[in-house]
Design a protein around this ligand. Structure first.
Ligand code: ARG
Length: 279
């Protein structure tokens, strides 16, 4: 058993750093096509409810002291709210997205134009990749998903452009079609993940790199609990992921629960709505 005073020492080490996020108000949100198992066009979704939930997420970031920029939504691009897919930004350099499905293709130039307008150097990708949906940045490396959306060739392209080591991980469960639906960086070089989303080989890579990772069970994964955003101390996470929240609290993180149930009808959660701009 860990002595109580040691546990307290560990917890006091968590430090939040101020972030800059890009978000897109879901004014034109809808479920009109199905490109992942969460989406049911017959059931649809409410843009008004999505906007309401999204506003609360934006407010949560601002109350934590983070800066939020917004990109204008475009009529006819119902998934544009999922800003994480718009690009990957590291060291102020922008690696653009190239979507796997034609329904979302027009989002890539929209995001790239936004960054160009803000004066960022951008790279148009040669290979299919869905931005931070499949690229998760830690201090020492970038973890990159493949199997459903992002091409392995894009992992190499991102590595060459950004000069950061990129580790390829294979996703095997269609419910967790983007890496950010199954794993998130906690800060301090650690991560949380749902083991069931990964191939056996990739799971061994994760175990080797992150022996102290927080592991989530299927119940938390299936409410998109792993689609969370940590600033090193505060973790913005879907309200329904209560088991994961307990694990995070025990490990010294401050949990900030949000209700994004309407966005989940498209297969998205807090992280999907959030693109980090790393200067
Ligand atoms: N409906 C969107 C899609 O399937 C959801 C994207 C969620 N974004 C994410 N970063 N996981 O592409």
């Amino acid at each position: 058993m860990i002595p109580a005073n040691l546990a307290v020492t560990t917890q006091s080490h968590r430090v939040a750093t101020t972030r800059h996020y890009l978000m897109c108000r879901p004014e034109f949100f809808a479920v009109t096509y199905a490109i992942n198992p969460w989406m049911d066009p017959a059931a649809g979704a409410s843009a008004a409810t999505a906007v309401h939930q999204w506003e609360a997420l934006k407010r949560a970031y601002e109350e934590l002291g983070h800066k939020v920029s917004v990109i204008d939504p475009i009529d006819g691009l119902p998934d544009m709210v999922f800003a994480a897919n718009g690009a990957l930004v590291v060291d102020g350099k922008v690696y653009g997205a190239r979507f796997a499905h034609s329904e979302r293709a027009a989002e890539a130039p929209a995001y790239l134009n936004w960054f160009t307008g803000q004066g960022y150097p951008v790279k148009e990708p040669a290979f299919t990749n869905e931005g931070e949906g499949d690229f998760l940045t830690l201090d020492e490396m970038i973890l990159a998903g493949t199997g459903f959306r992002t091409d392995v060739a894009a992992h190499m392209e991102a590595q060459e452009f950004l000069g950061r080591p990129v580790i390829t991980l294979r996703l095997v469960d269609p419910r967790f079609y983007h890496l950010d639906t199954a794993l998130f960086p906690l800060g301090d070089g650690n991560i949380a993940y749902y083991p069931g989303a990964f191939s056996e080989g990739s799971l061994n890579v994760l175990r080797r790199l992150f022996p102290d990772a927080i592991l989530a069970g299927e119940a938390d994964a299936t409410v998109l609990g792993l689609n969370a955003v940590s600033d090193g101390l505060n973790v913005v996470v879907n309200a329904e992921a209560t088991g994961l929240q307990d694990s995070l609290t025990r490990a010294g993180y401050q949990v900030v629960p949000v209700d994004l149930s309407e966005l989940r009808k498209a297969g998205g959660g807090p992280k999907c709505c959030t693109l980090e701009i790393r200067s």
